[in-house]
Design a protein around this ligand. Sequence first.
Ligand code: GLN
Length: 311
Amino acid sequence: MKDMRSPLPDYLTEVLRGCADSSGALADYIPELARADPDRFALTLVTAEGAMYSVGDDDTEFTIQSVSKPFVYGLALQQRGFGAVLDVIDVEPSGEAFNEVSLERNTGRPLNPMINAGALAAHALVLDGRRPEDSVEDIRCLLSSLAGRELVIDEKVAASELGNSYRNVAIANLLRGYEVFEDDPDEIVEGYIRQCSVTVTTKDLAMMAATLAAGGVQPVTCEEVLSRDVVRQVLSVMATCGMYDAAGDWLSTVGIPAKSGVSGGIIGILPGQLGIAAYSPRLDDHGTSVQGVAAFGRLSRDMNLHLMDAP
Ligand code: GLN
């Protein structure tokens, strides 16, 4: 898969070297995540045509965590339609941390689907009154189709988060109180946590990102996984809300839609062109990979990725 004739792998290796930084800390509110090797660092690019360029620890598996959120939002839009989803989840940046109780004042509607409140509501939309295992299986299949290979759930990480999910349980109960969904809040939290525990590598994440870059068509299998209008909505929300309370800083400096997760993964999408994924588990105060942010910044500058630049 790697194209050895291209100068890109050498350049990407140089990006990893140049972005080496031992600051930040592993997520420890999910005890199992604190067991990650802090020195892992990987970077993978996949073009909208499916060519892959990948360096570093790109076979290291980690749980997808919040990088699942845009895809599950897309699945909810696809399954339930735009009207039903927008009734339940708004598309406004919260300017607050991912685990904040960012709900509309009177309705309890989560401000966007990238924060935990909105992601719990999106999970409930996919569940749609069925058995809890059905939504998790739908999501695992969707993520597998996007990656182009069968993905599995890391039950150890799921159990570790479930035993420490006080905040998400509180948010889910609030949502239930506002009748944002009518399901059992504990079932929603468990399904959402299992969604977050799907295991990936940067190669998988870059394939998923490239599928968004290609308008929803997986570049290698050629399967239309998400429709074009769903992809547009997902990318718009990623651009405005994907990096939580650092979304404005990210959009002005890096300039592409992106999503981070607390295990250390970040995806970014250059529509029509490129999917990018980085992995490094030491996090900044926003719960985002320190080295991942640095690598994206460097790629954006060197490769002129910023979407607001005149061509
Ligand atoms: N499962 C994590 C949580 O709900 C995901 C958070 C994240 O990756 N930002 O806390």
